[in-house]
Write a protein that binds this ligand. Structure first.
Ligand code: FO1
Ligand code: CA
Length: 306
């Protein structure tokens, strides 16, 4: 069984962790959003790849949703004393990852090579592929002006009202090595319960990605980010309202129309989208058992549609 999952950070990483307990070794490929990537203090930061690396190696700070467990903050304290930028928190261990990545990039290695090496170092069997080795930057046009993703998400705490979302550089990006092949040879393609507009859309904006998924032989299943009719965490519900959509699974299904064959939604929720098979399970992922249950339900829905 070969499974491909398109994913962003927090919510997506939970599903990927569940899947990794059901699919051994490199049978599982995670294709990861890099639209959140940015340069900060001279460092190349890839938040969603980092979240996946930390989650799959057991290093993640689960309560926080990003960064490492048991992190120390000496660097941030020293930086603050110097009057440095402190709106974006970099723990000491996390910092090592960004320094190592930035150094390797400067030496000419690609983001996919570097991510594969880090995964290997930490004993992660799941393949972690960035969506592209080229720079794609998620930019938001808001009532406060144009904002880079991390300025919107972290510095402004998603407060500005979003008018539309752009993926700068996407037109000139190509899928990272192995991405298209993984989709073509998959037995199931899953869209993780990450933010469809901020985390999955950048992936779909990379030329060739959408058509590869449309033409995939495998069933394509989205796991809805809505649980109990609203978003678990983060700006999904607020963003949907600002973009003029009802906050429900029909909107999610419509957004993915032509792409997905099925959608997995929370037990008590509704979805009336035509031509899409609806699967249900309790989709809130708190414990490891929750993550495995949701992963299994997504795979079951894929198998039913094969
Ligand atoms: N998210 C925050 O809300 N505040 C932070 O200070 C922060 C620092 C940070 C450092 C490294 C990293 O890999 C991720 C970090 N994140 C932080 C998460 C990041 O903003 C992600 O893009 C979001 O979680 C969306 O996926
Ligand atoms: Ca298809």
């Amino acid at each position: 069984k070969r499974v491909v999952v398109l994913t962003g950070g927090v919510g997506g990483a939970k599903l990927v962790l569940g899947l990794s307990r059901l699919i051994a070794g490199d049978g599982l490929t995670a294709i990861v959003n890099t639209g959140d990537d940015f340069r900060h203090l001279g460092l190349h930061i890839s938040p969603d790849i980092d979240t996946l690396l930390y989650t799959l190696s057991g290093k993640a700070n689960g309560a926080q949703g990003w960064g490492r467990e048991g992190e120390s903050w000496g660097f941030m304290a020293a930086l603050r004393e110097l009057g440095g930028d402190d709106w974006f928190q970099l723990g000491d261990g996390d910092l090592a990852l960004h320094v190592a990545r930035t150094h390797a990039l400067a030496q000419g290695q690609t983001l996919s090579q570097i991510s594969a090496r880090f995964a290997d170092q930490w004993g992660i069997a799941t393949r972690i592929l960035p969506m592209s080795d080229q720079t794609v930057a998620t930019i938001l046009a808001t009532d406060q002006g144009r904002l880079e993703f991390q300025r919107y998400f972290v510095e402004q705490r998603c407060a500005p009202a979003v008018r539309h979302i752009m993926f700068e550089g996407a037109a000139h990006a190509v899928p990272a090595p192995g991405v298209i092949e993984a989709i073509q040879s998959a037995d199931a393609v899953l869209l993780a319960p990450s933010n469809p507009f901020l985390s999955i859309d950048p992936l779909l904006a990379v030329p060739g990605m959408r058509s590869a998924i449309e033409q995939a032989k495998a069933p394509v299943i989205a796991v809805s980010p809505l649980v109990g009719g609203t978003a678990v965490k983060g700006p999904t519900a607020k963003l949907m309202q600002e973009l003029g959509m009802a906050v429900d699974n029909d909107s999610i299904a419509r957004h993915y129309a032509g792409l997905i064959d099925g959608i997995l939604i929370d037990s008590g929720d509704r979805c009336e989208a035509p031509d899409i098979v609806v699967g249900r399970c309790a989709t809130l992922m708190t414990t490891l058992d929750d993550k495995i249950r949701v992963a299994q339900a997504a795979l079951d829905l894929a198998i039913a549609l094969r």
